[in-house]
Design a protein around this ligand. Sequence first.
Ligand code: C2O
Ligand code: CU
Length: 544
Amino acid sequence: MSKPGFDCVNQPRRIACLGAAAATANAVFGLPATAATTRDDVALDLHVELRAAPDRVALRSGEPTRVWRYHGKLLHGNPNALEASAGGDLGPIIRVRRGQRVRIELINGLPESTITHWHGLHVPDDMDGHPRFAIGPGERYVYEFTVLNRAGTYWFHPHPHGRTGKQVYFGLAGLFLVSDDEEAALDLPTGAQDIPLVIQDRSLDSDNQLVYLNEGVETAAKPRGGMMGSGGMMRGGGMMGRGMGGMMAGMMGMFGDDILVNGRLEPSLPVARRAHRLRLLNASNSRIYKLAWSDGKPLTVIGNDGGLLAEPLQRDYVMLAPAERLDVWVDFARWRAGAEPVLRSLAFASGTAMGGMMTGSSRLPDGAPFPVLRFRVGNEGSTGAPLPRRLSNVPPVRPRRAVNFDRPKVFDLTMRMMAWGINGKSFEMLAASPLETVKLGSEEVWEFRNDGTGGMMAMPHSMHVHGLQFRVLGRTTTGGSARAYDDVKAGLVDEGFKDTVLVMPGERVRILVRFADYAGLFLYHCHMLEHEDSGLMRNYRVVA
Ligand code: C2O
Ligand code: CU
């Protein structure tokens, strides 16, 4: 695992490089990073301990639900930077400002290996939570990085190979909110009017316990074989142990019977009659949402994965695929006091045949309509600040800067021999093919093609690239799957910066990717976590 030299230019990055090199050396020798590998002479703005451990929460009346959960502890920094989630099973909200230096110490209190990924953040490869850095029970991994991202809604979740779906499902997820000067200069709703909404689906058994495929939450360590140790090298993790039914559902995706918002069932939220900013995150394992207001009026979108858009957009509905974020502005003064507007998910045609059959075991099949969140509009009357017409400086998309502008790299999303893959290859821990090797500082056009999994296995995919924010260049559809695309196309928000993009059956999506600042090995994969865990994930390598 040789590490090409970093391009160490400015002061904070130079320090990041030193810390990264030390941490990599430790990883090579199989040691978890410790505080000794980080630099104590750097002024930290935030120092947090993040512990992943079993817990019990009250999701329904009766028996408490056993979950796995992140607990944050502030060791240094602004007390407002760490906010425990109000209830349910979610982890804390971490709030930082662009440019801040952050140290986060992950402690694994789980009975199995884990590692945490900072979804959407631009950080060095050994700070990004690649599964090769997974740590065993009782071990610690120290992250330290400078926040270079634009203001926006990012998040964190586990990423051990073959177990990401299960660990997220049992409750391991939290928000990482970045602010900056550009955003602060706008008169956007803040405080109680700036509301993150994390949407997930779950199935509980009659004892109120979470059911993931055929597995329940473990609270104590089971004996582990060498291959299943902290490296998590075995392909597919525990997928084979589930029997045929569990294995098939595992490959198609976990679809829960009930919707949770911010870790709560049957959610409703009191709001003042004034403007709000709703930060939507789809932290579901595999479910896609087609969100609309119950009064049929359009949604006002002000941001997505990589922060604020150049200007607000109006959409009759919006699609939110796993891991995607949308910032929605709404003035609840448009409803009378006492009204109960609902954010709904509308019906849409998702996959076909096999996909529909396998996901049909949930009371809420993929693409079924259901309410997501009920708002209760209060009395307080207030006009509030109007929505700014210009939001953010989003540079124009310049595809001609790509080294392969006229020859996009093609990534076929494939299902062969009952295994998901990309160009026919499933995940390999340390491998990146020549096609998956890119030059530091360059830009490339990539095309994700979802036409190899047509027919029986036609399913949407939610493609995520680690370590960066990309631009969407365009979409084309092929063959007979046009209906699935037609059902969702008006709700796609491809503007601005993205790190995850929905690719419908029969669709091809082109993106412009820029590999800046950090060499190393990063992931790209489908964020339908069961697809990811069963092979729809690969590495790309950035070489200096
Ligand atoms: Cu949020 Cu590799 O993913
Ligand atoms: Cu997928």
